[in-house]
Design a protein around this ligand. Sequence first.
Ligand SMILES: Cc1ncc(COP(=O)(O)O)c(C=O)c1O
Length: 381
Amino acid sequence: MKNILISTGHSLRYEDFVRAENCALFDSSGKRYLDLESGVWCTSLGHCHPKITKIIARQSKQMIHTGYCYLNPIIDVTAGKLLRITGINSGKCVFLCSGSEAVEFSVKMTGSFSDKPYFLTMKNCYLSAYGISGERSEHDWIQYDWKNGENIEEIDFSKISAFVFEPGSSSGLVHFPPEELISKIVLKVRENGGIIIANEVTTGIGRTGEWFGYNHYDFTPDIAAIGKGLGNGYPVSCVVISDAVLEKLNLKEFHYAQSHQNDPLGAAIANEVIDIIEKENLIARSKIIGDEIRNRLKEIKNKYGIIKEIRGRGLMIAIEFEDNGNFSYAERINEELLKKNIILVKRPGFEVFRVDPALTIKKNDIEYFLESFEQIVSTIR
Ligand SMILES: Cc1ncc(COP(=O)(O)O)c(C=O)c1O
């Protein structure tokens, strides 16, 4: 594995994974690992779900790609389903490849018709790999620090074109802004003529025990940017846009085109993902199983005193450890978990684990994780 570049401070892990099935990854010697991070939180129906594999084979024989100006029935059918499940109901969809593209498209499109100078988002939200809210952004941003109690009365809402709301991840650390605060912001933005963009890349498609993270709040967005779980590991994302936004949009002034926009293969996979979630009642399952895991983790927290907080919604779960001042609990426990072939996310520099298994995770895999975790926590010094 000498030819692979890994950026952003991560190193290539040593396992040589060659095959995957639901929450299991197998290396070339046949050793089984338990994947509690669903790749990069993408394989929400488990790796190589047989129905997804079948759809990929079937659609690949019919049509993988075409120009984005041509309509294929599967694109339209999937767009209709996304309009329905988002609750936006009446509007249009654009299919793209990644979460970053979906968020960037949403922001650029809004910037093309709004005469207000600022986008508002929460401090520490992750929006895109291409830096739409970064230093070189063509837009001006207000990063509202809700966790440190910044006063929203100080924001001039008449200057906000859109509130880009990420309902629950906050740079992977799993924080959920309070409902009352979000209702207030949504109301103020809308009263002043701005719109609401929901960044559902991580929280969408059943991850939090609802179809979308904003379903835990009391509003429907004007635009929803969806990625990750939508393709179950295949790179497809979607921007769902309401009629109210489309009325403001002048397509002559907004140019956006890329080669894989509205590809039938991605749409066919997204369509199957939605069908499987509905037929197998996976959103309710994600809520129930997530609550069960959190309850068990809270018992472990109360017993051993090295865990600071367990938080989450559905199957988006975070375990935060106490600061030991001496060594990192998270690092040491992560090393021990890996020895037991358990893989989860430990963000470098943070005492936090993320547990985001597939919505289809089997009970025996959950049991194996919880028993192994408790055994390690009980002996860590
Ligand atoms: C909240 C959020 N938005 C956007 C993105 C970007 O998505 P992608 O990596 O698919 O481009 C991510 C990726 O982790 C994310 O967590």
